[in-house]
Design a protein around this ligand. Structure first.
Ligand SMILES: NC(=O)c1ccc[n+]([C@@H]2O[C@H](COP(=O)([O-])OP(=O)(O)OC[C@H]3O[C@@H](n4cnc5c(N)ncnc54)[C@H](OP(=O)(O)O)[C@@H]3O)[C@@H](O)[C@H]2O)c1
Length: 306
């Protein structure tokens, strides 16, 4: 694909595009005539996913390596996009990790264990069987929050080169501020006028420190049940969305909760398909010109960050 052949078409980058919701986002964008750069941290998984989309008739899908937690990998991707397309219209920060492990008895197929349970019961079952370590919490913040930031920072000049740049940060209902135990942290994260990216970085460090020292509740962090780091990482992503939207009003920058979808991240316990979850993300990425920016979409609807 030459620059001239694609300059009239929208160009999108999807992180974590090799499976789950990310792969479905790639497929749906490609079906809408968008040229898709499917990125993945593992070359084999990424090229196989791109090949599968080619086999389904989507020839304008290009694979490029990207480990979102590595700023030099993001810089390399930016160089590739600059040379090949000279601009970027849509960035979907989708890659993510749950920061926990479920201890599952493999002697009985999971399908049988979960048979007859509704989505709420399946989630309860998953939470009851999950544990998280400090190392997993650290990795979760590194991939989800810092990964979103590194990739955005590297690709921002290319999004600004678009006539209508879109940034979609895949968040979660778990990033809502209602999961925080203290009012002060909630208020601080909700006060977008005073919030800074530097402070979000610092909050990530403070959370991990409190995690290590068993001070989550006393310092207002999410402290009940599992997925504590995941909740903080997605809340920081939402803060990042709001700050970036304020700082770059020419772009459309939003967070999306795709719904509880059946993917590897939750051992396929979800209630929606990956395709349905991807539908919300794609809808937000292709909103008409002049649409909302700096907001949270719960599926297809604008909803509070709290
Ligand atoms: N499924 C749900 O119910 C649900 C609900 C709310 C939000 N979400 C969000 O939706 C997004 C996609 O999740 P999913 O459900 O599709 O889960 P998934 O099937 O487990 O996919 C996660 C993707 O992220 C990639 N990834 C992880 N770390 C990475 C890194 N350092 N660099 C690049 N890629 C990395 C994975 O790559 P590998 O294959 O190499 O591991 C994989 O492609 C996540 O942000 C998740 O938090 C999901």
């Amino acid at each position: 694909m030459e620059k001239s052949a694609t300059s009239e078409r929208r160009i999108a980058v999807v992180t974590g595009g090799n499976k789950g919701i990310g792969l479905e986002v790639c497929r749906q964008l490609a079906s809408k005539e968008v040229v898709v750069v499917l990125t993945a941290r593992d070359e084999k998984r990424g090229t196989e996913a791109a090949r599968a989309l080619h086999a389904s008739g989507f020839s304008d899908v290009v694979y490029h390596n990207l480990d979102v937690s590595d700023p030099s990998s993001a810089a390399c991707l930016a160089g590739f996009i600059e040379n090949k397309f000279g601009k970027l219209d849509i960035l979907i920060n989708n890659a993510g990790a749950i920061g926990a492990t479920a201890e599952i008895d493999t002697t009985t197929p999971l399908q049988d264990v979960l048979a007859g349970k509704n989505a709420t019961e399946r989630l309860q079952w998953l939470l009851q069987h999950s544990t998280e370590t400090y190392e997993e919490a650290e990795e979760c913040l590194r991939i989800n929050y810092f990964g979103t930031k590194y990739v955005t920072e590297a690709l921002l000049p290319l999004l600004q080169a678009s006539s209508d740049g879109r940034l979609v940060n895949v968040s979660s209902n778990y990033g809502l501020l209602r999961y925080f135990s203290g009012e002060d942290v909630k208020l601080e994260l909700n006060n977008v006028e005073n919030l800074t990216i530097q402070r979000l970085d610092e909050m990530s460090r403070l959370f991990l420190n409190d995690y290590k020292n068993g001070q989550l509740k006393s310092h207002g962090w999410p402290a009940d049940a599992e997925y504590l780091a995941y909740k903080v990482s997605k809340a920081l992503i939402n803060g990042y969305t709001r700050i970036m939207a304020k700082n770059f009003p020419a772009l459309r920058i939003n967070s999306v909760h795709p719904g509880y979808c059946m993917t590897d991240i939750n051992y396929d316990t979800g209630e929606l398909t990956a395709e349905e979850g991807a539908g919300s993300i794609v809808m937000v990425s292709l909103l008409p010109v002049g649409g909302p920016t700096g907001v949270f979409f719960y599926h297809d609807e604008v909803a509070p960050f709290v």
